[in-house]
Design a protein around this ligand. Structure first.
Ligand code: SF4
Length: 413
């Protein structure tokens, strides 16, 4: 959207106080996310933006409520989101499709060096806690040529890392009998992307063969360009809870998949999402889930406290867990994940890793303090004589302390 606004002659500004118009992309994945979306709209209105456009999942599910918020002029539901900019500016969609428009980083202190490219939307699964399928509709994949065009424009704008995203990314290509692995191969073959990262992948979309994509002996240098990071949402480590969630996986298949990934991809970071306090989760089920989470030694992840989303099967289930107990279970799972994440990070002290610098701040006589991410998603700090934002450096990690990793730039390139 930013790219399209820019192409039509508008400027993207750093704060709401400087804006004439704001587009708020709302979320509905949890009650909290929906409340945050409303708070963001109100906050932007208070900052003086008179024209707010609300789009995204919460605005799609609750268009009336969204429209009633102060200064919201228009609600754009998900089915029109791709046309939001041309619709708003009254320009034909084709005027944006004539040539790739270079992506530039958004202004501000937290400028992103990564470009998130959506290759798929919607989902055909029916996980019983999930409101996304209701908000986003059926799964559909973007054609390879469109994705390549988007990636090329991001690379022209200086992006060093492309992140492929989708509501159900692993289903990419199912309409045209292709698999995500085909798309990844084309991207590695046809573009010079230095770093390619995959966002969340449902475990049932992958098999052991998928991990051969990371084969470092391949002519595409896939082993060094495809980041060794897999985010595989588990949601629960208990078989019966997974069944109530209508997830197409079991602890055993998940365990086998993770073992295959670790075997094929050196140093791979496997992160996950887990829901605490799903309806009907007994003490025994929770204990089973926790033991599984501990066993899997994840490199990190998110714990979501279950919140019933209107219109979902889980919201109607009997045996809703008390909110305090959901929170308590969240804390316990969080501590377990933190412990394994710590152990994972510690393994990299005294190793030399490639880091893409995402932020820089001047520190007087110390030079510049840089912060960035390794391929396996470790956040690293280092000092440099001059700002190296959006550069990739080799960094020798020399310390892991209090959740922070720091190192010394060893050489560039
Ligand atoms: S696969 Fe993901 S998006 Fe699809 S229903 Fe399940 S949780 Fe929701």
């Amino acid at each position: 959207m930013a790219r399209r606004f820019r192409a039509a002659g508008h400027e993207i500004v750093v704060s709401a106080a400087m804006a004439d118009l704001a587009v708020v992309n709302t979320c509905a994945v949890t009650n909290e996310a929906a409340a945050d979306s409303r708070a963001k709209i109100r906050q932007i209105g208070r900052a003086g933006v008179n024209e707010i456009v609300a789009t995204g999942c919460w605005a799609t599910l609750q268009p009336g409520q969204a429209k009633d918020l102060p200064n919201v002029l228009r609600v754009v539901t998900n089915d029109r989101k791709d046309q939001l900019v041309p619709d708003l500016l009254n320009l034909p969609q084709e005027s944006f499709e004539l040539e790739p428009i270079a992506r530039e980083p958004l202004p501000g202190l937290h400028r992103r060096t990564r470009a998130f490219i959506k290759v798929q939307d919607g989902c055909d699964n029916h996980c019983t806690f999930c409101v996304t399928t209701i908000a986003r509709g059926e799964g559909r994949s973007r054609p390879v040529a469109d994705v390549i065009l988007d990636i090329e424009s991001a690379l022209q704008g200086g992006t060093k890392e492309i992140v492929l995203t989708g509501v159900h990314l692993g289903s990419w290509g199912q309409e045209f009998d292709e698999h995500l692995r085909d798309l990844i191969n084309v991207i590695l073959r046809e573009t010079d992307v230095p770093r390619l990262r995959l966002s969340s992948l449902e475990p049932w979309d992958l098999d052991a063969d998928f991990f051969s994509l990371w084969d470092s002996s391949s002519s595409l240098r896939a082993g060094s360009r495809l980041m060794p990071h897999l985010h595989l949402p588990l949601q629960s480590g208990c078989e019966s809870t997974l069944r109530r969630m209508a997830r197409k996986t079991t602890p055993q298949t998940f365990r086998d998949l993770v073992a295959a990934a670790r075997q094929a991809i050196p140093d791979v970071a496997i992160t996950t999402d887990i829901i605490a306090g799903f309806p009907g989760e007994t003490d025994e089920e929770f204990a089973e889930s926790l033991a599984f989470v501990r066993e899997l030694n994840f490199a990190g992840g998110h714990i979501f406290t279950y919140s019933p989303r209107p219109g979902t099967g889980a919201a109607r289930m009997k045996g809703q867990v008390r909110p305090e107990l959901r929170k308590e279970r969240n804390h316990i799972l969080h501590a377990a994940l933190e412990e394994s994440a710590k152990a994972y990070r510690q393994k990299f002290v005294s190793r030399t890793m490639s880091v893409l610098w995402e932020s820089t701040s001047e520190m007087g006589e110390w030079g510049w303090r840089m912060e960035g991410l390794t391929g396996n998603y470790l956040r690293v700090n280092a000092f440099a004589a001059s700002p190296r934002w959006n550069e990739i450096d080799r960094v020798k990690i020399d310390e892991y302390d209090n959740g922070r990793m720091s190192g010394v730039i060893a050489n560039t390139g």
